[in-house]
Design a binder for this molecule. Structure first.
Ligand code: CMC
Length: 422
């Protein structure tokens, strides 16, 4: 069977044959047929907008790999910082490289005092932490004049380090502000997740339970990258204009904020709370199926049509966490919801399975995080994914500024009508 595709423009009879590589053929072939011919593809359902060597995802088989390494192995054996190195550099670090990388990140965790005193303190007392984080990420770039030197590798590496290291600090700061607690400075003798938990929860004495510290690290690993999702695409689109990485990452975080993306874990807990008890599950499922617009949050995925491997790992982490914190009372409702949906033809036919957000919210809640912090917890580790894609984009000679085309469906030309004649 030839690995080619032949397209004929029936209007002109012109035919082209182009190679198919890795299941993809270049859209430039269409341009060759007719430069005025475009492909209509809302939400990029069938469009590969870049080549990428970072994350492999097979939705039908439920496979997720970072740089070739299965997510299951990384979640079991690695740490978030090691995974961050892997995503950025393509290879796992050796002992010396890892020690240097950990040390470098740890020495960039502090933020400028003005970020807290002048910037964060200016928010309204009930500001949403994710809204604060998005703004703080953009503002952070204004402290570094070299942020714009995106063509200089040294500068790029430094901004990457800064963003990864400062995200937990910014996140914890937004939380502490929202509850009126004094800011806790980073403690560079702690691990990456340990430092974050300490900045979040320290009031007087605070001892980090190593099981919760590890659970946090695993959650960070699972959320580190997920190829061309909405947030990462935002990072690439904004980055393609050669904006600085702080502005680009703030755009990616804004995309993540939406309830159909990183906001889903927040929506799951709200949904479970609203359902209230196991007895109400069947009625809720019927409501979702009635097509009134409500969805079973934490279910379904654009790419995974069999199961989300992250959801399988997260369900296990949930039980590990509940052993320390006690069971989240919403767990029983979640389990019943999962069981009911997975045996219902509506969900089976549409290949709707629990996604990463279905159980992550329950863990976050058991760890003590308020619902409004859930997307923030997603943004901390996803920052490395955004930056790995940004770096890849800038090194890709085939990339240009993003500029899709449209299918114009508006009025034809018409003359301006004075307001008195309308
Ligand atoms: N509950 C009920 N019905 C659903 C759901 C759901 N969660 N998800 C999809 N459907 C139905 C949808 O109504 C449609 O039915 P029909 O063919 O009768 O019109 C069919 O399934 C296909 O749905 P779609 O909206 O075309 O699928 P999509 O690929 O555009 O959407 C999704 C993917 C994740 C946005 C969607 O499944 C959804 O809204 N899920 C709930 C929100 C959620 O959990 N988001 C987190 C995603 S994972 C985290 C991340 O990677 O960002």
């Amino acid at each position: 069977m030839p690995d080619t595709i032949t397209i004929t423009d029936d209007r002109t009879g012109k035919t082209i044959t182009v190679p198919i590589q890795g299941g993809v053929f270049p859209a430039a072939a269409v341009r060759e047929l007719d430069p005025g011919l475009f492909i209509y593809d809302p939400a990029y359902m069938q469009t590969a907008a870049c080549k990428s060597a970072i994350t492999y995802l097979d939705g039908d088989a439920g496979i997720l790999r970072y740089r070739g390494y299965p997510i299951e192995q990384l979640a079991e054996k690695s740490t978030y910082l090691e995974v961050a190195y892997l995503l950025l550099n393509g290879e796992l670090p050796d002992t010396t490289q890892l020690a240097k990388w950990n040390d470098d990140v740890i020495h960039h965790t502090f933020i400028h005092e003005n970020m807290r005193k002048r910037f964060v303190d200016g928010f309204h007392y009930d500001a949403h932490p994710m809204g604060m984080l998005v703004s703080a990420m953009g503002a952070l770039g204004t402290f570094y004049n070299d942020a714009k030197d995106i063509h200089d590798k040294g500068s790029r590496d430094k901004q990457i380090l800064r963003l990864i290291a400062k995200m937990p600090t910014l996140a914890a700061m937004c939380y502490r502000f929202s509850v009126g607690l004094p800011f806790v400075y980073p403690n560079n003798s702690l691990s990456f997740p340990g430092n974050f938990l300490n900045m979040m929860w320290r009031i007087g004495d605070y001892e980090i339970d190593p099981r919760l510290e590890r659970a946090m690290d695993v959650l960070f690993i699972l959320h580190a990258d997920h190829e061309q999702n909405c947030g990462t695409t935002a990072m690439r689109v904004v980055g393609s204009s050669h904006a600085d990485p702080y502005s680009s990452a703030a755009a990616a975080a804004s995309a993540l904020y939406g309830p159909l993306h990183g906001g889903a874990n927040e929506a799951v807990v709200r949904m479970l709370t609203e359902i209230g008890s196991i007895e109400n599950v069947p009625a809720f499922i019927e409501e979702v199926k009635s097509g009134n617009g409500s969805r079973l949050m934490g279910f379904g995925h654009r790419v995974y049509k069999n199961f989300d491997p992250r959801a399988t790992i997260i369900k296990k982490v949930a039980y590990d966490v509940f052993e320390v914190t006690g069971k989240n009372p919403l767990l029983d409702i979640a389990l019943k919801l999962e069981e009911t949906a997975l045996s219902d033809p509506y969900f089976i036919e549409r290949k709707l399975y629990p996604n990463v957000d279905f159980y992550s919210g329950l863990i976050y809640q058991a760890l003590g995080f308020p619902v409004a912090m859930f997307t923030v917890l997603f943004a901390i580790p996803r920052t490395v994914g955004w930056l790995a894609h940004w770096q890849e984009l800038l090194g890709d000679k085939e990339q240009k500024i993003s500029r899709p085309r449209q299918w114009y469906t508006g009025e034809g030309t018409r003359d301006y009508v004075p307001i008195t004649n309308r």
